[in-house]
Design a protein around this ligand. Structure first.
Ligand code: HEC
Length: 132
């Protein structure tokens, strides 16, 4: 029973989301998403722990293709929401920054407070964008 309810909830959510993307894709103006700005505290965390691999000029091709901080402000709303959710997921799972880089540069590690700040910012910003 519980599983059925969860399934229905998920389906409703999926349907809601896809119609949302559809209805918004036509009028998501460039200006609207261009006003997206990183708060100072988030920018500081990104600079210290993420930016090196996730910027326009990064050598790590795969990293910048999947998540480019320089390009966030030019993404369509639906894309931006999906990137924000991925940020939350990667940080929750302790997948980012990568283990390898942390071995070399332990200072890039996120403190538990920074993780919390980053996750709650990413999730609340995604939710706010969806509610617009
Ligand atoms: C040492 C380089 C490096 C650093 C530093 C780094 N990443 Fe990554 N990141 C990668 C690579 C490489 C990938 C691609 C992984 C793959 O899919 O194989 C990636 C992928 C991602 C993705 C996309 C995941 C997906 O499924 O599409 C997100 C989001 C992300 N990183 C966020 C972050 C955040 C947030 C930080 C800082 C807290 C960070 N990364 C720091 C190298 C890095």
């Amino acid at each position: 029973m519980k599983t059925a309810l969860t399934l229905i909830a998920l389906l409703t959510l999926a349907l809601g989301l896809s119609s949302f993307e559809y209805s918004n894709s036509t009028y998501t103006s460039f200006e609207e998403v261009d006003t997206f700005q990183l708060p100072e505290n988030i920018n500081t965390i990104f600079q210290n722990s993420c930016y090196g691999c996730h910027n326009n000029d990064a050598k790590a091709k795969k990293a910048k293709m999947k998540f480019n901080i320089d390009k966030l402000s030019s993404l369509k709303k639906s894309k931006l929401v999906s990137k924000l959710n991925k940020v939350a997921k990667e940080v929750k799972n302790d997948d980012m920054p990568t283990e390898k880089i942390l071995e070399k540069y332990p200072k890039m590690a996120l403190s538990s407070e920074q993780k919390e700040v980053l996750i709650s910012w990413a999730e609340s910003t995604a939710a706010a964008l969806l509610a617009e």
